[in-house]
Ligand binder design. Structure first.
Ligand code: R5P
Length: 291
């Protein structure tokens, strides 16, 4: 304990070494607090600046889906190769050992199930206290920009941002594109910008062939690319590569990993693109070799 007497005189101020003012490695996050930066650094690798997130939160609106029938069997083997687990509190508590010590992007909103036509009506499904208890590194919220319940979903987002800011937990805003919306530069540019301006620390969105670099540039916080429906493995690797080439800094993929012919090979191939700048051909070869 510090006390009045017997202290060594402080003298090693290294006056010739300027304090480092290097900016933080996550876009738009220079001015957030230490705790938030610590959590963002668990998500975005400080060396590559990028992240590989495994999305397995599908059950919260669709129940069991192919590749996720047994979370306890199928998620743990993928975990060593990813940076972030994106899941629901129920799935994480029940099936992911805390000893894995991976960052968690916790599903924070609950939605209408796939049994209903319109999925845009949701509510906040987790208290901030429970998110803290789960040591969440991020709170994930779906945003239905342009859909029937747009305002409602954006209110869940801003509430999450306020709650997250209290505890230094970043919010991941997810663009949920309703059937009536085109997945093009105009829509995705608008939706991602709205979500960022409402306070999300990073945004998950879909890739578009035309102008995705402008979507990324117009968003003041990092963009991670969504996987979407299952496509052939090589096409999924191409999708990840193209999105990163346009400036996205991460991949948040679900079905294209856990529904691949060989999920463990696929997650490693995607990882090589994200963190090792592997080419599509290189990653495809890697996938085939590991398979
Ligand atoms: C909703 O917020 C999420 O986008 C999905 O539930 C899930 O993360 C989708 O992952 P993927 O489309 O890659 O299977």
């Amino acid at each position: 304990m510090a006390d009045k007497d017997g202290n060594k005189l402080a003298k090693d101020f290294a006056v010739n070494v300027p304090a480092e003012t290097k900016s933080f490695h996550v876009k738009g996050m220079d001015n957030v607090d230490w705790g938030m930066k610590d959590r963002l650094s668990r998500i975005f690798d400080p060396k590559s600046g990028r992240t590989l997130m495994l999305a397995f939160d599908h059950g919260y609106i669709m129940g069991s889906t192919s590749g996720l029938e047994r979370l306890d069997l199928y998620i743990p083997p993928l975990t060593p190769y990813i940076d972030v687990l994106m899941g629901t509190r129920g799935a994480i508590r029940a099936t992911v050992p805390p000893t894995f010590n991976k960052a968690v992007a916790l599903r924070y909103d609950c939605g209408t199930t796939v049994l209903k036509e319109d999925l845009s009506l949701g509510y906040q499904g987790v208290s901030i206290e429970d998110a803290v208890r789960l040591n969440a590194s991020a709170l994930a919220c779906q945003c239905f920009v342009g859909s029937e319940n747009e305002v409602h979903s954006l209110k869940i987002l801003t509430d999450a941002v306020d709650a997250g800011n209290k505890f230094g937990i970043p919010v991941l805003g997810v663009t949920a594109v309703g059937k009536e919306m085109a997945r093009d530069e105009r829509y995705l540019g608008l939706a991602t910008r709205v979500i960022a301006e409402l306070g999300a620390s990073f945004v998950k969105t879909y890739y578009c062939q035309e102008g995705f670099d402008k979507v990324v540039a117009g968003c003041p916080v990092p963009i991670v690319i969504a996987g979407g429906k299952k496509i052939p493995e090589k096409d999924a690797l191409m999708l990840a590569w193209k999105a990163l080439d346009c400036g996205a800094v991460g991949v948040d993929m679900g079905r294209n990993i856990f529904q691949a012919d060989d999920p463990i090979a696929m997650v490693q191939a995607v990882r090589s693109i994200v963190h090792e700048n592997n080419s599509v051909e290189g990653a495809w070869e890697m996938y085939q070799d590991l398979k």
